[in-house]
Design a protein around this ligand. Structure first.
Ligand SMILES: [Zn+2]
Length: 155
């Protein structure tokens, strides 16, 4: 903000302070504070006011301080849409109940068309189309080169 020539004034206001009895029987204070932060542009004198609310609970004298810290934090977080990554109000039970289960879409079975390979009728070895064509012309059946030689020898 200093870099951008913006100064800020924060005006906190106590909304409520209540005494609370904890589960252990201790008395603590719960304070809720509203903070108005005015951001003023040094050059144009334009200003904008952002507001945050926060609560803080403390057995000693820190309830208001905690509330102010939270209020300031939320004023900036909400106004500037700052992502914190954490989720202090997280409620996993609620999340579980509201989370939509996304079922994975089953992949379509790909129908693989295997190329029909020419095979030697004699020994079953895979032969190239070229060899097959040659063999069919010469011997009237598809034979591998080795079997072609054998037939030649026999013949
Ligand atoms: Zn063969």
């Amino acid at each position: 903000m200093v870099k951008q020539g913006i100064c800020s004034t924060a005006v906190p206001e106590i909304i409520s302070i209540n005494e609370i009895t904890t589960a252990k029987g201790n008395i603590e204070r719960l304070a809720t504070v509203k903070v108005n932060i005015t951001l003023i542009d040094r050059d144009s004198d334009e200003s904008i006011t952002i507001t945050g609310l926060g609560s803080g609970q403390d057995a000693g004298d820190k309830a208001v301080m905690k509330a102010q810290t939270a209020a300031i934090k939320y004023a900036y977080m909400l106004s500037f849409a700052i992502a914190t990554g954490d989720d202090p109000e997280a409620d996993s039970k609620t999340d579980e109940n509201t989370t939509v289960q996304i079922k994975p879409i089953p992949k379509k079975k790909s129908v693989s068309v295997k190329p029909v390979k020419a095979v030697c009728m004699n020994c079953g070895v895979v032969i190239s189309d070229k060899v097959k064509t040659y063999s069919m012309e010469k011997y009237g059946r598809s034979l591998c080169l080795d079997c072609q030689k054998e037939i030649k020898v026999i013949a």
